[in-house]
Design a protein around this ligand. Structure first.
Ligand SMILES: Nc1nc2c(ncn2[C@@H]2O[C@H](COP(=O)(O)OP(=O)(O)OP(=O)(O)O)[C@@H](O)[C@H]2O)c(=O)[nH]1
Ligand SMILES: [Mg+2]
Length: 294
């Protein structure tokens, strides 16, 4: 079902969208090698210990940097392969006609329907799409490492501002206090005016390889979830923002399909001829095209 959903979203989406069981979706993002997969595996253990069923979507943006990452992820999560309460799905950029930004929410939905209470979405925070995917989760964990300027690098990549919880992983390495102080500094600076959401994000130090700091992380996740989604009106607002972003994504992919010769491409060419000849204005042409796509 997941495969069909990812390959032909239009076919399956109407069937799987309409029920209302929900999972808590946690995005885990950060620079390549920050320890996202190790942390994910440690979180799986913790959630399993609480009796939760955990789905994992590991997004591989198919970039040269992370070319071999999925194999590593598979091996790292291998200890969960015999557990029916854990399901790991890897998604790569290639092979998804509508792009990852559509395939991921569909896969998450499929996992929700299959009864997973928690869905962890690991993405490398390198590109706009990956940042957007992570930003669509209920909670976003941004993983950085100790070392001068790592926080600044994360800031440049635009991932600081999607954080609900910061994890400074590899706390067994030097520079941990400086990195935490640097992060706090950025938060204080940004909260001077209208404080954006990430300035409230707690900072948790972890050593993912040894599951150190995991209890603090679990507490931070629970309290953040309550603060952000605890009241029904907040949860509703979050869902509607999510829905708008998903709609925009689907619309964008429809437009891209038009350009690359998909449904309606011939009509686009025809309408363009009319616009070029000044027989039709671009607004009416666009309206006509949109109507015909339905
Ligand atoms: N010293 C130390 N090493 C760690 C820690 N957490 C992870 N590592 C190591 O860091 C390396 C990268 O870990 P991954 O979990 O693959 O990192 P990732 O962020 O998933 O990497 P990509 O998916 O390739 O972006 C591995 O060799 C881990 O063993 C930690 O807390 N301390
Ligand atoms: Mg990884």
């Amino acid at each position: 079902l997941l495969t069909v959903a990812e390959q032909s979203p239009g076919l399956v989406a109407p069937l799987i969208w309409g029920t209302d069981n929900r999972a808590r979706v946690i995005g885990i993002t950060g620079a390549p090698g920050a320890g996202k997969s190790t942390l994910t595996a440690a979180l799986i253990d913790r959630f399993r210990a609480d009796g939760r069923r955990v789905g994992v979507v590991a997004v591989d943006p198919s970039s040269p940097i992370t070319g071999g990452a999925m194999l590593g992820d598979r091996i790292r999560m291998a200890r969960h392969t015999l557990d029916v309460g854990v399901f790991v799905r890897s998604l790569a950029n290639r092979g998804h006609p509508g792009g990852l930004s559509i395939a991921v929410p569909l896969t998450v939905r499929g996992l929700e329907l299959a009864g997973f209470d928690i869905v962890l979405v690991e993405t490398v925070g390198v590109g706009q799409v990956e940042v957007e995917i992570a930003g669509n989760a209920d909670l976003v964990v941004v993983v950085i490492n100790p070392g001068w300027g790592d926080g600044i690098q994360a800031n440049k990549a635009g991932i600081l501002e999607i954080a609900d919880v910061f994890v400074v992983n590899k706390a067994d390495r030097p520079g941990i206090q400086e990195t935490i102080a640097e992060l706090r500094g950025s938060q204080t600076l940004a909260s001077a005016m209208a404080p954006p959401r990430w300035t409230e994000a707690p900072i948790v130090a972890t050593v993912a390889t040894e599951s150190l700091g995991l209890e603090e992380l679990m507490l931070a996740l629970a309290s953040r979830f309550d603060a952000l989604h605890g009241r029904p009106q907040d949860a509703a607002r979050h869902r509607s923002h999510q829905a708008i972003r998903q709609l925009e994504t689907v619309l964008r992919s429809r437009v891209e399909a038009l350009r690359s010769g998909g449904d309606g491409a011939a009509q686009l060419a025809e309408l363009a001829t009319q616009v070029a000849a000044r027989r039709l204005d671009p607004w009416s042409a666009a309206d006509e095209l949109l109507r015909s796509l339905t």
